[in-house]
Ligand binder design. Structure first.
Ligand SMILES: *Cc1c(COP(=O)(O)O)cnc(C)c1O
Length: 498
């Protein structure tokens, strides 16, 4: 099976090369030329199976140039240990209609682990085929969770270096400590002055700069990406949508063949795009509901067809969704346009030149068939945490709470009572300040993260994840802050290049 680029639909590469390069040299994103199909018999075959077995059934359909046994050894390494749930990605039933898919049982307590525990295996497997013996330098821009998950995944993986940039004032204290205390001899972490979009734009610039590329190449390095622009980040995420569907059958919410909704708390459009691909494969999906915080650029786009990033940037209690440039939307538009790379180049050219673009009415109609959406502010997010706890005894983090709030709005507005899976993207203990405030109805007195974590344990009697509790004893190793325009120098510095 081949992959093409959103900016050059004549391009053909195999999955190893797509994963190894991260982004196409033309600046486009890789996407499969054809989406493999599944049916009811395929789903039936996955019932009663473990998450790893389900991954072993789905991943080879996209990674045809990797061996089946090779993939099985990767998933065994990624998912059998390091997750504090036997089911890896369990589905918890809230009501007859609504269940929650918990994607935060991995080492960093957020959904990025689902992909980033597997990506190092995929990337080193791809490097064996593509690198010519070069060391792979993984550059990451993070709004908090990707950085730590990538550091955990790649720490001390031979043949790799990992460098992470995060917005200094744009991550939670817990996220910052998780990253700044990272162990490993091949890791580097640097804060930047600016927001996530500045970090992501900086990383993309370094990636596509021919001079930088050549300098690295001459020193025996080559770049790859652990951001969701990398196909190797998206493909593992398709698995859990299919797995959740199987779990919904197993928990009696649906029969095989029934259509369900997925509600996805969204920032960079990576998670929900994986749901779109699962739907394209043939998973019975009614609506994909895109939930945003106050940074509502996607809500406006999915409603009007106009993407306009020229708007105030809000720092919210769901920081991993504080994003105004959603990279992965490019893959959706390419797919919905029938793989029209000229159209995509036009839209994204307009986005960088004028900060906006508008898609044609026909495409907007297609979008509306598949997607619904909504956004909410911080007060609503906290109210949703309180409500879900009070009504169901179920505690959500701030990102997931954006999802539950938007789901409530959706059912009221549409009356749609299709069985629904709300995707839960982080442990509530990762964002303890806002969660505690939601539970008590007042600003916490002691704002020390570990004190608040203890307070939540006290109120809810739910044990906090060990990996977060253990951070209490961690000391920061990386304390540098740089300007976005100095990121290139920082990268060279970390790699020992003058
Ligand atoms: C990254 C992240 C999101 C947003 O996911 P996208 O793939 O960027 O849309 C939502 N919630 C949490 C906790 C995250 O870490």
């Amino acid at each position: 099976m081949f992959y093409t680029s959103t900016r050059d639909n004549a391009k053909r590469v195999e999955s190893a090369e797509a994963i190894y390069s991260g982004i196409s040299p033309d600046g486009g994103l890789f996407i499969p030329c054809d989406i493999p199909k599944i049916d009811g018999a395929f789903i039936a075959g996955l019932l009663g199976k473990s998450y790893t077995e389900r991954a072993n059934a789905v991943l080879p359909m996209f990674l045809t140039d990797f061996g089946k046994e090779e993939i099985e050894s990767y998933t065994a390494g990624a998912y059998k240990t390091g997750f504090d749930s036997e089911k890896t990605a369990p589905v918890v039933k809230l009501t007859d209609k609504a269940s929650v898919l918990e994607l935060w049982h991995g080492p960093t307590c957020a959904f990025k682990d689902m992909a980033l525990q597997l990506l190092p295996y995929l990337l080193t497997g791809a490097a064996k085929r593509c690198s010519g013996g070069r060391e792979t330098v993984i550059l990451v821009a993070t709004s908090g969770d990707t950085g730590k998950a990538a550091l955990e995944g790649f720490a001390d993986v031979p043949g790799t270096r990992i460098l992470v940039f995060y917005p200094n004032d744009g991550v939670s204290p817990m996220q910052k400590l998780q990253m700044s205390s990272q162990k490993g001899n091949n890791v580097g972490v640097c804060a930047i002055y600016g927001n996530f979009d500045d970090a992501q734009t900086g990383v993309k610039k370094i990636f596509t700069d021919a001079d930088i590329k050549k300098t690295l190449f001459d020193r025996g390095f080559s770049f790859s990406s652990a951001n969701s622009i990398n196909w190797g980040r998206l493909v593992p995420q398709i698995v859990y949508y299919i797995s959740a569907y199987c779990d919904m059958i197993e928990n009696g919410s649906i029969k095989n063949g029934d259509k369900i909704n997925f509600v996805v708390p969204t920032g960079n459009f990576g998670n929900i795009l994986a749901a779109y691909f699962a739907r394209e494969m043939g998973l019975p999906v009614n609506k994909l509901i895109c939930a945003s915080n106050e940074n509502d650029v996607l809500t406006e786009f999915l409603r009007t067809g106009r993407y306009n990033r020229v708007r105030p940037f809000h720092t919210t209690v769901s920081p991993s969704m504080d994003i105004l440039i959603s990279s992965n939307l490019e893959r959706l538009l390419f797919s919905l346009s029938g793989y029209d790379s000229e159209a995509v180049k036009g839209w994204f050219g307009a986005l960088s030149a004028n900060g906006e673009y508008t898609v044609p009415a026909g495409m907007l109609a297609k979008i509306k068939e598949i997607f619904d959406c909504g956004s909410c502010d911080d007060d609503r997010t906290k109210a949703a945490i309180a409500k879900t706890w009070k009504e169901y005894g179920y505690l959500t983090d701030t990102h997931t709470a954006v999802g539950t709030a938007i789901y409530e709005d959706y059912t009221v507005r549409t009356g749609d009572m299709s069985p629904t899976v709300i995707v839960s993207t982080a442990s509530p203990y990762k964002f303890s300040g806002a969660v505690l405030e939601a539970l008590t109805g007042k600003k916490p007195e002691d704002t020390d993260d570990f004190a608040m974590l203890g307070e939540i344990e006290h109120i809810t009697a739910l044990p906090a994840p060990r990996n977060l509790v253990n951070l209490r004893n961690a000391s920061p190793r990386f304390t540098d802050i740089c300007k976005a325009e100095d990121m290139r120098e920082v990268v060279f510095g970390m790699l020992g290049i003058q």
